[in-house]
Design a binder for this molecule. Structure first.
Ligand SMILES: [Zn+2]
Length: 86
């Protein structure tokens, strides 16, 4: 149980597990289509995917200081969540 997170079904868990590979463009076509289909249909996952995408771009450029404060807050929350997820 993690407080503050929206409830996510098994499909969401699977999609989010593939998210990194999806963003890296490393998913095989069949899985890619499944993840894409889920992201199209599931707003929380779309939001999560676009957030991960922004996060990656920022981390890659190592220019967190130029990110808007609202995004920095989300990044800190995200990193805190990842750290406790195991
Ligand atoms: Zn979902």
């Amino acid at each position: 149980m993690s407080a503050g997170s929206p409830e996510c079904g098994a499909e969401c868990q699977e999609a989010l597990e593939q998210l990194e590979l999806y963003l890296d463009g490393e998913l095989p076509n069949t899985t890619l289509e499944e993840v894409k289909a889920h992201l199209t249909a599931c707003y929380p996952c779309t939001d999560r995917a676009s957030f991960e995408e922004q996060l990656r771009a920022i981390v890659r450029r190592d220019c967190v200081e130029s990110a808007p404060p609202s995004l920095l807050v989300r990044i800190r929350e995200h990193l805190a969540g990842v750290a406790t997820d195991g």
